[in-house]
Design a protein around this ligand. Structure first.
Ligand code: C5P
Length: 315
């Protein structure tokens, strides 16, 4: 029986603008999403039972029905009942490297890898577009995690337009391990304070969605202008999250003291990243931050921006 190992990369938000409320209760967003080579690994195999079983090397990660990889397997079984009956259950083992509650789409990446892996295990022959459509049913970031790279994401985050690769850049990521931020809380906190600025009529919504496509940061990415990309990093959620979690603001300030192109919170936090031009610069900033904030609770990683989403490692 075949087994597949898949690499599930994290993402950062180079740009996150909240435009308005949607009738489905979500927010209308304009984002630029970017894959990085900090990644989980998922091993998927048939288990000869009718159960889906998830295991993880990090005991803090729930492995029951709350786990997004588990939810992805349930969705596939509901969508393809004949394949599920024919092939039976699967074991999914997650080697967790992407921190949780970090704004790095770790759970979403695992769900994306499960969809891709089940397509292979069940020999469904789905296109990437079909997998992305299924992914949108599970979560707003998951379609991006399937294809990855550098992309504009609008709507809930599921409408994707690829951009030229920003894989010439690197990042330093910093996160207090004990500080996990709930994404629903972050969006609620933003709505509570800033819904007065939301756009609601269709013409304005369309205008704002379009504006990101022709925005300066997209031009900077096309021109491979790292300095400009760094200056144009943006995340509306900082306005709601930083006042409640000043540790993230202090972390941003500490990182900003070192030589980088720009510093920003990723997604709903709690990760802060500094964009840099080389792996050597990333390692240097990592050491400088470690020396400045010698706190065992502070996790500091370096990563490269990459041009891929879920990748098959071996079968
Ligand atoms: O889609 P996903 O489950 O990842 O979203 C998590 C939460 O983030 C949603 O329940 C919602 O509270 C918030 N969200 C939002 N608008 C989006 C995406 C997420 O309000 N476009």
């Amino acid at each position: 029986m075949p087994a597949y190992s898949l690499i599930a990369p994290a993402k950062i938000n180079l740009y996150l603008e909240i435009i308005g409320d949607r009738p489905d209760g979500y927010h209308e967003l304009a984002m630029i999403l970017q894959s990085i080579d900090l990644a989980d690994q998922l091993d998927l195999r048939h288990n000869g039972t009718d159960q889906t079983r998830v295991t993880c090397d990090d005991p803090q990660i729930p492995t029951d029905g709350q786990n997004l990889a588990h939810k992805a397997a349930m969705l596939m079984a509901a969508q393809f009942p004949e394949a599920a009956r024919r092939w039976g259950g699967i074991d999914i083992h997650i080697q967790k490297r992407i921190p949780m509650g970090a704004g790095l789409a770790g759970g979403s990446a695992d769900a994306a890898a499960t969809l891709v892996g089940l397509d292979l295990l069940w020999k469904l022959g789905l296109t990437q577009g079909e997998i992305r459509q299924l992914a949108a049913k599970l979560g707003s970031d998951i379609p991006f995690c399937v294809s990855g790279g550098t992309a504009i994401a609008t709507g809930r985050g599921e409408q994707l337009a690829p951009l030229p690769s920003a894989d010439f850049l690197h990042v330093v990521l910093a996160k207090y391990r004990s500080l996990a931020i709930s994404t629903p809380w972050a969006y609620q906190a933003y709505r509570a304070q800033f819904s007065g600025s939301y756009v609601s009529d269709q013409a304005s919504l369309q205008h704002r969605r379009q504006r990101v496509h022709s925005g300066d940061i997209v031009t900077a990415i096309s021109q491979r202008d790292g300095a400009k990309i760094g200056q144009l990093l943006h995340n509306d959620l900082e306005k709601a999250v930083l006042p409640v979690h000043p540790q993230i603001e202090w972390l941003k300030q500490a990182l900003a003291e070192f030589n980088s192109l720009g510093v920003m919170m990723s997604g709903s936090g709690s990760t802060v990243f500094a964009l840099v031009e080389s792996e050597a610069a990333a390692k240097r900033v990592q050491q400088q931050l470690k020396a400045k904030l010698p706190d065992p609770d502070l996790g500091i990683w370096t990563a490269k921006l990459i041009n891929s989403g879920i990748q098959l490692l071996q079968s």
